[in-house]
Design a protein around this ligand. Sequence first.
Ligand code: CDP
Length: 223
Amino acid sequence: MQNSVPVIAIDGPSASGKGTVAGRVADRLGFHYLDSGALYRLVALVAARQSVSFEDESGLTRIARLLDVRFAADQVWLSGERVSDAMRAESVSQGASLVARFAEVRMALQDRLRAFRQGPGLVADGRDMGSVVFPDAQLKIFLTASPEARANRRYKQLIEKGMDAKLDVLLDELRQRDMRDSTRAVAPLVQQSDAVLLDTSHMDIEQAVSFVLSQWQAKAVLE
Ligand code: CDP
């Protein structure tokens, strides 16, 4: 059955700024916001805590099915524990892209992801929002930036938070994750033919937000 609740799907590589852009677009439009990567991060976080290997597809799938997660007021809660910071650790980022390779893990999360499609609308960010989860999204954006621009952004974020960071290490990790995410067999990160390319290498967040909003308004005028 066709779902008429509008969706804006924003896919792209890590540290492209898509989370911030998607969140602000959702705020401006009064839409819900889905950070789909959070679910892959939580599977990795629980797996690490329970010593389940990132190679164990059925163990990871069990974790994905049982995740007790709640998103509330910009915070993420896992079985009642606030994990918003813990799930952003670099080890969890790498773990997320390892667990995300498995078809069964992805299937186990799919219904949860689709359940976020609620009126008046949804802005969803990730890798396969426009290709697999919401293929009928009214607007699809492929948001990217050069690896150097993305590594620089992540470096600044970490330094601002008072955390230790090395630019060359970040660039290396980001390239590894890009490679894994875009070459995997299941739901790889690729620009869809019906997605609009948004390269933010030389743009700030507000310019990117304006671009997405103008694409959305253009759609509304045409329909
Ligand atoms: O914030 P950042 O872009 O660094 O990562 P994220 O969106 O939180 O996603 C973490 C990892 O989850 C990615 O590297 C992907 O491997 C995986 N992921 C995915 O496979 N599909 C999605 N829809 C979202 C994330």
